[in-house]
Design a protein around this ligand. Structure first.
Ligand SMILES: *[C@@H]1O[C@H](CO)[C@@H](O)[C@H](O)[C@H]1NC(C)=O
Ligand SMILES: *[C@@H]1O[C@H](CO)[C@@H](O)[C@H](O)[C@H]1NC(C)=O
Ligand SMILES: *[C@@H]1O[C@H](CO)[C@@H](O)[C@H](O)[C@H]1NC(C)=O
Ligand SMILES: *[C@@H]1O[C@H](CO)[C@@H](O)[C@H](O)[C@H]1NC(C)=O
Ligand SMILES: *[C@@H]1O[C@H](CO)[C@@H](O)[C@H](O)[C@H]1NC(C)=O
Ligand SMILES: *[C@@H]1O[C@H](CO)[C@@H](O)[C@H](O)[C@H]1NC(C)=O
Ligand SMILES: *[C@@H]1O[C@H](CO)[C@@H](O)[C@H](O)[C@H]1NC(C)=O
Ligand SMILES: *[C@@H]1O[C@H](CO)[C@@H](O)[C@H](O)[C@H]1NC(C)=O
Ligand SMILES: *[C@@H]1O[C@H](CO)[C@@H](O)[C@H](O)[C@H]1NC(C)=O
Ligand SMILES: *[C@@H]1O[C@H](CO)[C@@H](O)[C@H](O)[C@H]1NC(C)=O
Ligand SMILES: *[C@@H]1O[C@H](CO)[C@@H](O)[C@H](O)[C@H]1NC(C)=O
Ligand SMILES: *[C@@H]1O[C@H](CO)[C@@H](O)[C@H](O)[C@H]1NC(C)=O
Length: 681
């Protein structure tokens, strides 16, 4: 009994505490939210009409007086349009709030919630224009990014909401110039207009907003030159993927706190200005894909914070600067696609901070000496040297050691020689790409034992011999691990994909677990044990001389998305169990000597005839008419001359062979005569 009373007291106390935590929604705010809910084209998860207290609803936060202060509705799949027609609460009260009345239209009333501090509608599917009238006097964070808003960039925003600190308008279709009214947002700290259709120049006053530290205008239609004359507090400035042209002004002394500066993919040219080459604040400098020229002459005694230097795809000349190791914080260097010559400087031996080096498409010499030097960089994890060297020999008999190396990419260099033994010591290696060279000899078995390997590309070389069985035991590919993929870190860009989701992409694409041995001279079988590599996503063995059957164990490659076995000498049937491979989206066994029925169902119903062509013995419902196949079978049968009993055991040798042989027994005697005529006349 006592216990029961105690329990009741506890329950009462708890509910009163709960009531205090969740105050009753102010009736005016309640009407606004209910109208918002009713007029959406989609339901709002966690909002129920039966709980009248809107402070209980998902994503709604009230203050102690029951006023709505936060509305956080990101990624709720909301569909709707903001309209101007209903602008006052009184007007709303007189209207019938049934769903049909304003289907697809959201009254702008939520833009008049006087107590609202945070409004997050990001990553939904709002359409149409942004309301002209915004009265959110207490708003601090407004995020409508990743929707389908069109029209001008709400000039009204900063008029009644001058206290806003964060404005996220990115990934929409806002157009026109950045409105002069934004100057009134004196407390603005972070403004993002990424991935819109913003045009015109960047108004100078933006740089001067006293609190603004992050300005992101990536992927718009901004033109003109950058301008600033008095000190700015900006820490982060991204103007990449615009149409900004001319020289970069020598104005970086007016950005004493600028740490991140990205202006990639514009029409900028000329020299890098002196104030930038001497900036003590810059940590990331990303100028790729412009037309900058001249020598790369950073003042490393000044650039003490520089960590990332990306000057890829410009017109820089000269040698790789030998002072780079004196930039004490420098970790990431990408200088590819410039007309740099010479070799890796000797000074790089002391480059302890270097983690990522990409020098693709430079005219470098002396791979052997370069690797000799780079092995001293004890923190080096990524080395990308595509098209950097030409026609040299792969250093083979050396004691090269790259203890930390995770990614080694050196394709398109016409390297001769063999796959070197020193790769055996690369125990951290996750990605090895030696494709498009002229490497000969056998594939060394140790590659299959590299403990961290998940991506191996040896395609387009002159490799011969049997595929070593060890490649069926690559440790990281034997177990399911969804997160396993190589990505070249340091994301620089954000873009809308065609289906509306936001894509982040890095310096390279992301690389799924891959085994690519295509375009070599490999012989022998495809080991059935390859079926153990259950984490493999891409298997490419095309253009070799592999023979034998397609192993039925491939049914166990449940992650496989892309399998190309074309242009080999494979025979036998396509194992019917491959229809179980639900992720398989690209598949080819074209130009082999396969026979039998093409499996049907599953992903196989999505492949076209080109996946199977060049196999005269294959027959399938949606590819070749089985009749044609029968004719070629007939042709072959005729070679066995009259004695059908000889051909019978041969045709029964494979799965559905018996069926064929029955057909043959019925038709062959009739056509044998014509066959003979074709052949001998
Ligand atoms: C609702 O709004 C009306 C008109 O602005 C005001 O008179 C009334 O006091 C408000 N009610 C509450 C509960 O705040
Ligand atoms: C609202 O009603 C549904 C059933 O109609 C019920 O499942 C749900 O628990 C109720 N929610 C609240 C908050 O009362
Ligand atoms: C609102 O409209 C619905 C259907 O359109 C109707 O059934 C209901 O009676 C109306 N309510 C008022 C108060 O007019
Ligand atoms: C500012 O708020 C007032 C009162 O709600 C409103 O009438 C006006 O349209 C708002 N101004 C802008 C530019 O949004
Ligand atoms: C830069 O940052 C420092 C501290 O991080 C701060 O004191 C200073 O006001 C900022 N602005 C400028 C213009 O230096
Ligand atoms: C390089 O910049 C141009 C615009 O200047 C852009 O169209 C192109 O896509 C960019 N290329 C890459 C690889 O980013
Ligand atoms: C490089 O930077 C240092 C330190 O800021 C400075 O003393 C020196 O004059 C600079 N050198 C050049 C060539 O600008
Ligand atoms: C690269 O520079 C060399 C001289 O350093 C010059 O001869 C060559 O034409 C340049 N190549 C390109 C593509 O600009
Ligand atoms: C090397 O890398 C480690 C781990 O990332 C880091 O802690 C260390 O500071 C780096 N060394 C240098 C000299 O940058
Ligand atoms: C949209 O495309 C991306 C990349 O192409 C994909 O990862 C994502 O699953 C797609 N989303 C939908 C909803 O189709
Ligand atoms: C697929 O894997 C299972 C479990 O490891 C194994 O028993 C089976 O034999 C494999 N299938 C084939 C065709 O090898
Ligand atoms: C297919 O096999 C036959 C005989 O077994 C052989 O003559 C022919 O060259 C093979 N075709 C291919 C493309 O390997």
């Amino acid at each position: 009994m006592k216990v029961l009373v105690l329990c009741m007291i506890v329950v009462l106390l708890w509910s009163s505490v709960k009531a205090q935590l969740n105050p009753t929604c102010n009736s005016n705010d309640s009407i606004v939210l209910k109208s918002f809910m009713n007029v959406m084209d989609s339901a709002i998860d966690g909002w129920t009409t039966n709980s009248s207290n809107c402070c209980d609803w998902d994503g709604v936060t009230c203050n102690l007086d029951g006023r709505v202060v936060k509305l956080e509705l990101s990624k709720k799949r909301l569909v709707g349009t903001l309209v101007e027609s209903l602008s006052s609460l009184d007007q709303l009260k007189t209207l019938n709030l049934s769903r049909n009345l304003f289907r697809g239209k959201v009254p702008v009333l939520i833009f008049h919630l006087k107590y609202l501090e945070v409004l997050d509608l990001s990553s939904n599917e709002f359409l149409g224009g942004f309301p002209d009238s915004v009265d959110l006097p207490r708003i601090e964070v407004l995020d409508v990014s990743d929707n389908n808003f069109v029209g001008p960039i709400a000039p009204g925003l900063c008029v009644n909401s001058s206290g806003v600190r964060v404005l996220q308008l990115g990934v929409n279709y806002f157009s026109g110039e950045i409105p002069p009214e934004f100057e009134k947002c004196g407390l603005l700290e972070h403004l993002s207009l990424d991935a819109n259709l913003v045009s015109g120049i960047i108004p100078e006053y933006l740089f001067r907003l006293p609190k603004l530290v992050k300005l992101s205008l990536q992927d718009n239609l901004i033109v003109g030159q950058l301008q600033n004359s008095i000190p700015s507090n900006l820490v982060y400035l991204d103007v990449s993927l615009n149409l900004i042209s001319g020289d970069l002004p020598d104005f970086f002394h007016t950005f004493p706190n600028l740490s991140y500066f990205a202006a990639h993919s514009n029409n900028l040219g000329g020299r890098i200005p002196v104030s930038l080459l001497n900036s003590g604040s810059i940590s990331s400098l990303i100028l790729r894909n412009n037309s900058f020229s001249g020598l790369i002459d950073l003042n490393c005694s000044a650039m003490v914070n520089l960590e990332l230097l990306d000057l890829t795809d410009n017109k820089f000349i000269g040698t790789i600067p030998d002072n780079l190791p004196t930039c004490q914080s420098l970790k990431v260097i990408d200088l590819g696609g410039n007309n740099l010559t010479g070799q890796i400087p000797e000074s790089f031996k002391l480059f302890a901070s270097l983690a990522y080096l990409s020098l693709s498409m430079c005219n470098l010499k002396n791979l052997s000496g370069s690797l000799e030097i780079l092995q001293h960089c004890s923190n080096l994890t990524t080395l990308v040297l595509s098209r950097s060297f030409d026609n040299e020999e792969m250093p083979y008999d050396s004691n090269l050691q790259f203890k930390m190396l995770k990614t080694f990419v050196i394709p398109f260099c016409k390297l001769t020689g063999m796959i070197p033994v020193w790769l055996n010591g690369l125990t951290k290696l996750r990605m090895l790409d030696l494709s498009w060279n002229q490497l000969s000899g056998h594939i060394p078995p140790f590659l299959g034992n590299l403990p961290s390997l998940i991506y191996l590309d040896l395609s387009n070389n002159f490799l011969k011999g049997v595929i070593p069985k060890s490649l069926t035991e690559i440790p990281e590919l034997l177990y399911h691990n969804v997160s396993l993929e190589v990505s070249l870190e340091y994301a620089i860009s954000m873009k809308r994909s065609t289906n509306g989701t936001v894509l982040r992409y890095s310096y390279g694409v992301r690389f799924p677990p891959t085994l690519d041995l295509s375009d070599n001279f490999l012989t022998g079988p495809i080991w059935p044990e390859f079926g153990n590599l259950i984490n493999l996503h891409v298997l490419n063995l095309k253009y070799n001389e592999l023979s034998g059957n397609i192993p039925s164990s491939f049914e166990n490659l449940t992650c496989i998305e892309n399998m190309d076995l074309s242009h080999n000498d494979l025979s036998g049937e396509i194992p019917p169990s491959l229809v179980k491979l639900g992720m398989l989206s690209k598949f080819s066994v074209a130009y082999n000597n396969l026979t039998g029925l093409i499996p049907s169902g599953g992903q196989f119903s999505t492949f076209s005839a080109s996946s199977f062509e060049g196999n005269p013995g294959l027959c399938g419902e949606f590819v070749l008419s089985c009749e044609k196949v029968h004719q070629s079978l007939k042709a072959r049968v005729s070679e066995f001359e009259e004695d059908l009993m000889v051909s019978f055991p041969i045709w029964t040798g494979f799965g559905i062979g018996f069926l064929f042989s029955v057909v043959l027994l019925l038709v062959v005697p009739r056509i044998r005569g014509t066959e003979k005529l074709d052949k001998f006349e």
